[in-house]
Ligand binder design. Sequence first.
Ligand SMILES: *Cc1c(COP(=O)(O)O)cnc(C)c1O
Length: 242
Amino acid sequence: MDTIRTNLSIIHQRMEAACRKAGRDVDDVRLLLATKTVPAERIAFALECGEALIGENKVQELKEKNEALRPYNYESHFIGHLQTNKIKDVLKYVTCIESVDRLDVARKLDQRLQFEGRSIDILVQVNTSSEESKFGIDPAEAIPFIREIAKYDTLAIKGLMTIGLFSAEEEKVRRCFRLLNNIRQQVVEEGIANVEMRELSMGMSGDLEIAIGEGATIVRVGTAIFGRRIYPDSYYWNESKR
Ligand SMILES: *Cc1c(COP(=O)(O)O)cnc(C)c1O
């Protein structure tokens, strides 16, 4: 558990250094704990260390850990691939869905939210690395998609999310994050009703500095806090594409 505390402090130092370098306020970037496969006790420990935002990739894991984490005050986002048959469940556990990337998901979310008489925050996931294996809407289709789903007043569009390219070449990674920020700016300029573009969720264990330099407001970090996972990320990122 002490490792978690140490790792968290290292991540916050990295975030602060990146903010300083980019001339940004540290309070403008939130740390989201990416907690897939992490047992509830370890998440609880991170929350006791002062963290307040977690992200899960599977509805099943949200459900399993919910009880143990009930005593804590925290916010929960969904960051995984959302299947339409899980929509009713996911809405029980999260305040924001960061991974909206398909019309059928938006439509089914709207139907369910209408039924419940409420709305939810969402981010639109964009596939900025154009890798076949990753979810997210194609960058060229992002703006038409946002125009389309802005019609659903149950969906409060708060910004964009992306998973950058996994590459040791910093410039290639940076290009992904810059593209997301460009799309954000274009959407802002269009002034689409019902659309806010204040969040850019981008940057993970290996590339959070680059993401902060390009305007990230949420960085999603798992491995650098909780250690290596036993499942490959492909298990979470492209289950329907295998
Ligand atoms: C797992 C995951 C992360 C965190 O990745 P790490 O490399 O472990 O920091 C971020 N975003 C999403 C969508 C993830 O699935």
